[in-house]
Design a protein around this ligand. Structure first.
Ligand SMILES: [Zn+2]
Ligand SMILES: [Zn+2]
Ligand SMILES: [Zn+2]
Length: 430
């Protein structure tokens, strides 16, 4: 980590290896540090909405004259992006609709290209940081290995014209580094904009009770305190969605990051009971009935994820409704598995332009969300935003204003008062 970042330092976190801690106190909402992306890529499906280079969101972006795909604010952004865009521009023209590298492959190609330039300039510092990132090559299971192999094939297929590749094992290491250390860049409603690598942010360890939140200003990551921090407190982010119960969180952490969490919440599991809330009944459910329904819920969530891209929206909605009916025989509406399926259903309704359907689910989600998530959570602020914007669109002004103001109160802390999103929100509220 660069010495120029004031207020934080690297240290050996007991039981976790490397970590980051603060060298002075930080208040809630205070910026701890910001970190430019080492490498980043805009999602192919977001082309046209954002500038490929600065991730600025605006109307009327100018298209690259050659590929007619990449879009930019102006000639300055286009020129600045060329060293990366040239990896794809002519290849997109040549392959046409058959050009289909995954977002991870696109990011790895950019990392390789940046490493090459960095080496030529002898600027080895960032390269070193990438090299230091955890790899976990030895922990990778067979399914992941297969994915990595097909990613490497994709890299060779679409990028060989512009890149010299390191040997196979170095590529495998790079793909697993990106899997563990890559960040999803999301907008204020948590929609996926792209993927990026932030070497300094990658030093931050995980806790299910995070002390900081990472948000994005363009392609730069910003780390802000969401709990008061004392001198020498470790900086902790959550690598996963902390909505789910302890067992689910830890199986997710083991699958994707190869460790088990020992934070206070994982030890006490104090929120699990509320997260697994069952319906009130005079004669309580047998434990086997509840655990059977938990198994059903996890299976349905997995199925939904697996077939999401193959089914039509109405088939997906049907699947949500069916599983909600089934789970609803045992689970309360505030149970996290119910919330998970309602969230999916809301997403499908938004996609279909069924605003009333989206509001129906959103309203049910919001209250339990604000109880189960911490005080400053992007999951909660984005839900307020979505609902607020839906209300405003349907001329339900007072409800809309109320929701947008609630979103704003969280975002002032998470994104900072001077973020572009805040200016946009202030305009919407007027
Ligand atoms: Zn731009
Ligand atoms: Zn182009
Ligand atoms: Zn934990």
């Amino acid at each position: 980590m660069k010495d120029t970042i004031q207020g934080v330092e690297r240290f050996d976190s007991p039981g976790k290896g490397r970590g980051l801690r603060v060298t002075k106190p930080f208040k809630v909402g205070e910026l701890i540090f910001s970190c430019p992306a080492y490498s980043f890529v805009l999602s192919a499906k977001e082309r046209g909405s954002y500038c490929e280079y600065c991730f600025n969101r605006k109307e009327g972006l100018a298209r690259c004259g050659k590929c007619k795909k990449a879009c930019y604010c102006n000639a300055t952004c286009q020129r600045a992006d060329w060293s990366m865009h040239k990896l794809e521009c002519s290849s997109m023209v040549a392959y046409g609709p058959n050009w289909c590298p995954s977002e991870t492959v696109r990011l790895v190609a950019r990392i390789l290209a940046s490493m090459k330039t960095q080496k030529e300039r002898n600027a080895s510092e960032k390269l070193m940081l990438i090299g230091e990132m955890q790899t976990h090559v030895e922990d990778v299971d067979n399914a992941r290995r297969e994915v990595n192999e097909s990613e490497i094939a994709g890299l060779h297929r679409f990028y060989s014209k512009h890149l010299d590749f390191p040997d196979h094992s170095a590529l495998l290491a790079l793909f697993s580094q990106v899997a563990c250390n890559g960040f999803t860049v999301e907008d204020e409603e948590l929609s996926h904009m792209g993927t990026a690598v932030y070497p300094d942010v990658a030093l931050i360890n995980h806790s299910c009770q995070p002390s900081v939140i990472v948000t994005f200003k363009g392609t730069t990551a910003e780390v802000r305190a969401v709990t008061p921090m004392k001198k020498m407190d470790e900086v902790m982010i959550s690598y996963i969605d902390i909505l789910y119960p302890t067992d689910d969180r830890n199986s997710r952490l083991r699958d994707s990051y190869y460790f088990t969490c020992d934070c206070q919440e994982c030890k006490t599991q104090s929120k699990d009971k509320a997260k697994l809330k069952v319906r009130k009944r005079s004669d309580p459910y047998e434990p086997e009935v509840v655990s059977g329904m938990v198994r059903y819920a996890r299976k349905k969530m997995g199925e939904f994820r697996a077939i999401k891209s193959e089914k039509t929206p109405s088939e997906l909605l049907e699947m949500c409704v069916q599983s909600l009916d089934e789970m609803g025989t045992v689970f309360d509406d505030a149970n996290v598995y119910m919330l998970h399926m309602m969230y999916q259903a809301m997403g499908v309704c938004l996609y279909l332009g069924d605003w009333d359907g989206a509001i129906h689910y959103g309203e049910k989600i919001l209250k339990p969300y604000s109880v189960l998530y911490p005080a400053y959570s992007l999951n909660v602020s984005s839900m307020y935003l979505k609902l607020g914007r839906l209300y405003m669109g349907l001329e339900k002004r007072s409800r809309g204003l109320n929701a947008l103001k609630k979103a704003m109160a969280i975002m002032e802390v998470a994104h900072g008062k001077d973020h572009q999103y805040m200016a946009e929100l202030r305009k919407e509220i007027k």
